[in-house]
Design a protein around this ligand. Structure first.
Ligand code: PEP
Length: 234
């Protein structure tokens, strides 16, 4: 079964979250996950949908202003967390080391994890895509191994929120590389939309998608989930 996760980033407070969740029906045959901002997690959990946070701290508690721990998320009924999204790496100083610490703590506390990796345009153009992915994936693998709760998301930074997507060949190549380093399911992320979802999701080694912009609209997110469900059943 393919995993489709909607990363809402800093969109949708509790009211909009409730509206989305009431309207959203998960098509049969897909593992659909909603990732709202922290303040909307409770509203999403109450709807009965599967809910992940967008980050998680490594400590159980402590003097870490602005952070949220894995036991706190578990208490709320949250099932998992995204870790190491490129926006966290780019704007909030996330490193391979902090990503690894967050992943280990989350898995130890029974959360599922979507760990994000991906190269920038400059790195790809400089021929460093393989090196960058290797370093990022090895940092995750060395810390957590091929844990059953772990999924990696390949998100080329140049394709996030830009309308650019990796070609099917680029996605297949990157997913094969990642799977060769760490034997876990690998999601594709980067401008997945209703009109390109089926083609991307049907590539060998693409086990699902991490969807940003198109996950904010219930109809487009449902259509992407349906495309995944159809492929799982075919
Ligand atoms: C993301 O934020 O993980 C993402 C892939 O965004 P978008 O689908 O908008 O490119």
């Amino acid at each position: 079964m393919k995993l489709i996760a909607g990363n809402w980033k800093m969109f949708k407070g509790p009211r909009e979250t409730r509206e989305f969740c009431e309207a959203f029906r998960v098509p049969e045959g897909v593992d659909a996950v909603l990732c709202p901002p922290y303040v909307s997690l409770a509203a999403a959990v109450e709807s009965g949908h599967t809910v992940f946070a967008q980050n998680v701290h490594w400590a159980e508690d402590g003097a870490f202003t602005g952070e949220v721990s894995a036991p706190m998320l578990r208490e709320l009924g949250v099932a998992g967390a995204i870790v190491g999204h490129s926006e966290r790496r780019q704007y909030f100083g996330e490193t391979d080391e902090t990503v690894a610490r967050r992943i280990v703590a989350a898995l130890e506390h029974g959360l599922r994890v979507i760990a994000c990796v991906g190269e920038s345009l400059e790195e790809r153009q400089a021929g460093q895509m393989e090196l960058v992915l290797r370093l990022q994936v090895e940092a995750i693998g060395d810390a957590a191994g091929a844990h059953e709760g772990l999924v990696v998301a390949y998100e080329p930074i140049w394709a996030i929120g830009t309308g650019e997507t990796a070609t099917p060949d680029q996605a297949r190549e990157a997913h094969a590389l990642i799977k060769g380093l760490l034997d876990v399911p690998v999601l594709y992320g980067g401008s997945v939309k209703t009109d390109n979802a089926a083609e991307l999701l049907s590539q060998e080694g693409v086990d699902g998608a991490l969807v940003g912009g198109a996950s904010l609209d219930v109809e487009s997110f449902t259509a992407i989930c349906r495309a995944a469900a159809n492929l799982s059943s075919s």
